[in-house]
Write a protein that binds this ligand. Structure first.
Ligand code: HMG
Length: 389
């Protein structure tokens, strides 16, 4: 029996900030961002957008009409809004899912989306009648004027995991690598990540090598068995470095780095979305590849700082194209409102609520759900009446 991704859809914020404007504000050559880092824009969450609304917006088109048949919702994030309650329970309510549903939040940096996906596969293997909704949702935030600032962004991806999936059958073997390192972390008292940027890129690349070697050992596959590669995407240049490293480890120059192009298109204008990033890259491949991907194998490299890494593979299913939500992705990306530097700064400052005060958000989102504010320490969510959908 095959198990994997039956539907996939992503959502991002309704605002975008151009990295050329950030470069001007920071007196940096814009080519450093657009060429050196490989990013053109970052999505910027509005006052009424957070990981819950992004996650619910990502999931809505794939659960609408099937609300009663979701058996579990696994919510992966490292931008948690509560230390106790799972963000998934807010999403469960917004989507109107069946109360006979298991909901939990998972964490390990950018890796937990993959942990959730593999756990979902395990749950379906145990009971093939089950449908498991995986949501990975994050807002990437660094200190203003730090090297990481240009790699911010946000987004959420939702994947429905079932037996006999329509889009991707996930293969059973995984290559793993875990090591206790401090390359990127966020202590409970900080609302931005601490990062040793250059070191994090080194650990990412070393982890890729170890996870790949383990994958080869357990699967018996060689690099030429894989037609497409999706890498975790903190910024698009990182995937190019990763692929170059993989080619070097395998002493080959094929498939060429240019073959990654379709996987990078969305992330280049969304920015880092931590747990969601790898899977937005997969959506980008599905939506933007010129060729028919049916029956082709995709290799996925998932990396979470700290660090946990996994390399796994999947086979794209015949007929996958009819199940894609390409138009929804492209419309949402092009409908984002471009913000200027003063608005970027203002939104950056209102994103986090650590003072315990009541808060009422101004309407900004074009999504179906909004975070309306905080009252008596409770986060409040509602349907967005002004959304066109
Ligand atoms: P930096 O140190 O300011 O940048 O920030 P740099 O000086 O290394 O320059 C970047 C690249 O631009 C270099 O290219 C320069 O040569 C080039 P490279 O040598 O790397 O090929 N450059 C130019 N190119 C063209 N025209 C120019 C120009 N100027 C320079 N004029 C850094 C870079 C990645 C360190 C920073 O953005 C950062 O700290 N980012 C956050 C950490 C990160 O994303 N790490 C990636 C690996 S870890 C990971 O992926 C996990 C993560 O997602 C978190 C999680 O798991 O939860 C982050």
């Amino acid at each position: 029996m095959q198990i994997g991704i039956d539907r996939i859809h992503f959502a991002t914020a309704s605002q975008a900030f151009d990295l050329k404007d950030l470069a001007e504000a920071r007196s940096v050559d814009p080519d450093k961002y657009t060429i050196g880092i490989g990013q053109d824009k970052m999505s910027m969450a509005g006052e009424d957008e957070d990981i819950v609304t992004l996650g619910a917006n990502a999931a809505l088109p794939i659960v609408e009409g099937h609300e009663g048949s979701i058996d579990a919702l696994l919510f992966a994030t490292e931008s948690s809004v509560d230390q106790s309650k799972s963000a998934g329970v807010h999403v469960h309510e917004l989507l109107g899912l069946n109360s006979r549903c298991r909901v939990v939040e998972l964490k390990h940096a950018c890796y937990s989306g993959t942990a959730a996906l593999q756990m979902a596969v395990g749950m379906v293997a145990r009971n093939p009648k089950q449908s498991v909704l995986v949501i990975a949702s994050d807002i990437a935030r660094y200190e203003l004027e730090s090297p990481g600032e240009s790699t911010q962004g946000c987004g959420a991806v939702a994947m429905l995991v079932k037996a006999n999936p329509s889009i991707l059958a996930i293969e059973p073997d995984s290559g793993l690598h875990t090591q206790d390192v401090m390359d990127f972390w966020r202590p409970n008292y900080s609302d931005t990540a601490m990062v040793d940027g250059k070191y994090s890129a080194k650990v990412y690349l070393d982890s890729l090598k170890h996870a790949w070697l383990h994958f080869q050992e357990v699967s018996g596959m060689v690099i030429s068995d894989i037609q497409h590669f999706c890498y975790h995407l903190p910024f698009t240049k990182m995937a190019e470095k990763a692929h170059a490293r993989l080619l070097k480890v395998n002493k080959t120059d094929h498939p060429k780095i240019e073959s990654l192009k379709a996987t990078l298109q969305y992330n280049r204008i969304v920015g880092n979305s931590y747990t969601a990033s790898l899977y937005i890259g997969f959506c980008s491949l599905l939506d933007n590849a010129k060729e028919d991907l049916a029956n082709q194998r995709v290799g996925f490299f998932s990396y979470g700082s700290g660090c946990v890494a996994e390399f796994f593979s999947g086979l794209i299913q015949p007929g996958y194209k009819e199940r894609l939500l390409t138009e929804s992705h492209q419309n949402a990306l092009s409908a984002r409102r471009t913000i200027d530097y003063p608005e970027y700064l203002a939104l950056y400052k209102t994103q986090h609520h650590s003072d315990g005060q009541d808060f009422e958000s101004r309407p900004m989102t074009q999504g179906q759900f909004r975070f309306s504010g905080i009252k008596d320490h409770k986060r409040l969510y509602e349907r967005n009446e002004s959304s066109e959908g």
